[in-house]
Ligand binder design. Structure first.
Ligand code: APR
Ligand code: PHB
Length: 389
């Protein structure tokens, strides 16, 4: 089989790239290790930056998002019983959209099926061959049958545990990592959100986040230690702890109910350089990971896809290699700014096991400064709604 772009990974990165390329008449095939149901079963964040909203519209997959998504013009930041609102629209002229990543992925699968673009599930033993030549090819197995795809380019959209990053020789790759000494215990509950906007909360007991999917589906997180297990927490214990980490007047409004999903996610900052090796381009979690505090995982995958998509269009439409030649440098310039914001916001809002009383005072002072200073709020709002591509 031959195609123009072989895409490894059928998550948001791979599917968004495939759909954007399809709209410009560029062929691709998506190779996904799992089943569609498995991919759609993943619970992920739900805040979409302005850049991703524009890409979804350009890709022609925004109808349901624009109909069912929730436009948020601000978010609440609390510390103890203190709370203030960060007004995105006032500071940046932009809002964000609250719309589950699962729904984004569902919409992208529907578009792929409608386009008739090939996608293979349950693929195994994917190997990216000759990426550093002008004739790369991908080999893999499906249902025990060996397959080969000859292509012009390979997009490594296969996430943190994929094969694409490992295809770049170790002596070429440079990796940067920070592992945080805590995790997030998250639950989904079919209850009305405690507030119509997100609440990012810090307290002497640790971080908490109040989010939502719709008027009757709420998403809550509390910081937990890495040696805890989701099954260690009863729903009652979770609700009690959450109430102790958000302002009392918000806790009074909290509607509790049975959890329909409960899991713990570790927090990590990670970047691979370069994001290109020959005809292989890494996108999204294959190249970088951010702690979820700033809701930047999906959104940074989207910015990678934006740069790669435009570089590939320029190549096929004009013969110019400028976009693909500058891809790694351009993508990384934005990735590192997002890594900084996610690290900064995580460092500000979480309790660190080894932090001193002075460290805690510095966090409180920074929150008080953020609350009072317009320029500080402007900077945070610009990062939260999404830096320009
Ligand atoms: N071959 C084929 N597919 C693979 C392989 C492989 N060897 N390894 C992994 N995959 C698939 C996974 O099953 C997954 O569906 O690649 C996909 C990668 O998707 P994500 O991990 O979601 O990464 P990405 O598409 O970059 O999206 C980034 O999604 O998971 C969140 O937190 C992440 O918000 C971020 C966003
Ligand atoms: C979520 O709704 O899951 C969510 C929202 C904002 C974040 C992280 C997660 O920063």
């Amino acid at each position: 089989m031959k195609t123009q772009v072989a895409i490894i990974g059928g998550g948001p990165s791979g599917l968004l790239l495939a759909q954007l390329l399809h709209k410009r008449g560029i062929e691709s095939i998506v190779l996904e290790r799992k089943t569609k149901a498995y991919v759609l079963g993943r619970i992920r964040a739900g805040v979409l930056e302005r850049g991703l909203l524009e890409l979804m519209r350009e890709a022609g997959v925004s109808a349901r998002m624009d109909k069912e998504g929730y436009v948020h013009h601000g978010a609440l930041i609390s510390y103890g019983d203190e709370m203030f609102r960060l007004n995105f629209t006032e500071h940046t002229g932009h809002a964000v959209m609250v719309y589950g990543q699962t729904e984004v992925t569902r919409d992208l699968y529907a578009a792929r099926e409608q386009s008739g673009g090939p996608i293979e599930f349950n693929v195994e033993n994917v190997v990216i061959n000759d990426a550093d030549t002008d004739a790369p090819f991908v080999t893999y197995e499906v249902a025990g049958e060996s397959r080969r795809i000859d292509c012009d380019f390979v997009a490594g959209c296969d996430g943190f545990h994929g094969v694409s990053r490992q295809t770049i020789p170790p002596d070429v790759r440079r990796e940067y990592e920070k592992v945080y000494p805590f995790g997030w215990l998250g639950i989904l509950s079919e209850t009305p959100p405690v507030n119509h906007e997100l609440i990012y909360a810090t307290s002497d007991r640790g971080f908490a986040l109040c989010s939502m999917r719709n008027e009757n589906l709420s998403r809550y997180y509390i910081q937990c230690s890495l040696d805890e297990k989701a099954e260690d927490w009863t729903d009652e214990a979770f609700w009690d702890e959450l109430k102790r980490r958000i302002p009392a007047d918000q806790a009074r409004n909290l509607v509790t109910g049975p959890s329909i999903e409960k899991s713990i996610a570790p927090l990590r900052s990670f970047v691979t350089e370069p994001m290109r090796w020959g005809r292989l381009f890494l996108c999204g979690d294959a190249a970088h990971i951010v702690p979820p505090t700033g809701a930047k995982g999906l959104n940074t995958a989207a910015s990678d896809v934006n740069y790669l998509y435009r570089g590939l269009c320029a190549f096929y439409e004009t013969g110019s290699t400028d976009g693909i030649d500058s891809y790694s440098q351009t993508a990384l310039a934005r990735v590192w700014k997002v890594e900084r914001f996610s690290w900064w916001f995580s460092s500000l809002m979480h309790q660190f096991p080894d932090q001193t009383d002075f460290d805690r005072k510095m966090q409180w002072a920074e929150l008080e400064f953020l609350r009072a200073n317009d320029a500080a709020q402007q900077a945070m709002a610009e990062n939260y709604v999404g830096l320009p591509y």
